[in-house]
Design a protein around this ligand. Structure first.
Ligand SMILES: Nc1ncnc2c1ncn2[C@@H]1O[C@H](COP(=O)(O)OP(=O)(O)OP(=O)(O)O)[C@@H](O)[C@H]1O
Length: 289
C-alpha cells in the first residue's frame, strides 16, 4: 500500500513534521516541527546540546529519525527524506550539506574540487567511462559545461585567480566559500550549512553573508544553517527556529525570536519556572525604551 505524499504549500520546500530522535534513553530531538521555505535563509539556533546537529543529521540522512516525517520538494517532486538512504538524499532529493570542519580535497585545485562535485552528470555523459575515454557521445560537451560551471562559481566566490591552486593553500575563509560553491555545483534545492561562519574573521564573515544572500536570491535554493554567531544569524536569516533540550521553543523572524523571553531564558541558562521573571524583565526593558 502506498502512502499518500503530503501536499506542501507553494513556498514550503521542506516540512519538518513532528521529528523525534532518540539515542537509547536520551531524546535528542523531541517532536520538532517547522517549515523551510524557498527564497529564505532559515537558521537553526539553540544552546549547546539543544539538538541542532541531530536535526541536520536526520534531514541529510545520517540518522533515521525515530518518528516524524520530512517531506521535501525535490526536482523530481515531493519525497519523504526519512525513507531515503543518505546517498539518495543528495542525488535524488537534491539536498547538499557542509560540515563544521572543512572537508575539501586539500591536494586538488580549487577548480578540481568543483569538478568532483559534478562527477555524477559527467559519469552519465561518459556512458560509464568507455565512451568518455574515446571522446564519443556527449562527454566532451558535458566536460566543457562542468568546467564552465566551476569557473562561474570561482568568479562568484572571488577565487578565479586561484583556480589552479591546491585548496589546502587557500586562506580559511576562501576554503569555506569554496566548500559552499562545491555544494552548489550539485544544483541543490536545499543547502544545509553547519556553522558556516565558525572561525571567520569579520571581513570573511561579510563575504560569506554576501554569498549566502546571492544563493538565496539568484539560485532559488533554500538555505538552512546552524549558527552560533548571533550577528550572522540576525544579519542574514529570514526565519529563525530555536531549539532547547531537543524541543522547539521559538520560531519566527529574527527580531521576534531575539525578543522572545523563552529564547533569552534558554541562552541565559534559566530554569523553566524562571521564564516568567525574564518575560517581565523583557517587557519592562521594552517599555523603558
Ligand atoms: N550519535 C549520538 N549518540 C548518542 N547521543 C547523541 C548522539 N548525537 C547527539 N547526541 C546527544 O544528543 C543531544 C543533542 O546533540 P546535538 O549534537 O544534536 O546538539 P547541538 O545543538 O548540535 O549541540 P552543539 O551546538 O554543541 O553542536 C546531546 O545531548 C548529544 O550528546
Amino acid at each position: 500500500m502506498t502512502e499518500e505524499l503530503p501536499a506542501l504549500p507553494d513556498d514550503v520546500l521542506l516540512r519538518v513534521e513532528h521529528l523525534t530522535m532518540r539515542f537509547g534513553g536520551l531524546t535528542a530531538v523531541n517532536d520538532v516541527s517547522f517549515d523551510v521555505r524557498r527564497g529564505e535563509i532559515t537558521a537553526l539556533i539553540g544552546p549547546n546540546g539543544a539538538g541542532k546537529t541531530t536535526v541536520f543529521n536526520c534531514i541529510t540522512g545520517f540518522y533515521k529519525p525515530t518518528a516524524g516525517r520530512l517531506p521535501l520538494k525535490s526536482h523530481e517532486g515531493v519525497l519523504l527524506l526519512e525513507r531515503l538512504r543518505d546517498h539518495q538524499i543528495s542525488r535524488k532529493a537534491n539536498v547538499a550539506r557542509t560540515f563544521q570542519n572543512i572537508r575539501l580535497f586539500g591536494g586538488m585545485t580549487a577548480l578540481e574540487n568543483l569538478l568532483v562535485a559534478q562527477h555524477e552528470p559527467l559519469m552519465k555523459a561518459s556512458g560509464l567511462t568507455v565512451l568518455g575515454v574515446l571522446g564519443i557521445g556527449g562527454f566532451n560537451r558535458a566536460e566543457r559545461q562542468a568546467i564552465e560551471k566551476a569557473k562561474v562559481w570561482l568568479e562568484r566566490i572571488g577565487l578565479i585567480d586561484r583556480a589552479d591552486d591546491p585548496a589546502a593553500d587557500l586562506p580559511y575563509g576562501d576554503q569555506r566559500r569554496l566548500e559552499i560553491a562545491r555544494a552548489m555545483c550539485t544544483n541543490p534545492v536545499l543547502l544545509c550549512l553547519d556553522e558556516p561562519a565558525a572561525g571567520l574573521n569579520p571581513r570573511e564573515s561579510l563575504e560569506l553573508n554576501a554569498l549566502l544572500r546571492s544563493i538565496r536570491d539568484d539560485d532559488g535554493a533554500a538555505v538552512l544553517l546552524i549558527e552560533h554567531d548571533m550577528s550572522v544569524v540576525m544579519e542574514i536569516s529570514d526565519h529563525v527556529v530555536v531549539l532547547d533540550y531537543g524541543k522547539k521553543i521559538s520560531d519566527g523572524s529574527p527580531k521576534a525570536v531575539r525578543d522572545d523571553p523563552k529564547v533569552i531564558a534558554a541562552y541565559l541558562g534559566v530554569e523553566d519556572e524562571e521564564v516568567a521573571d525574564v518575560e517581565r524583565e523583557v517587557e519592562g526593558a521594552e517599555a523603558a525604551r
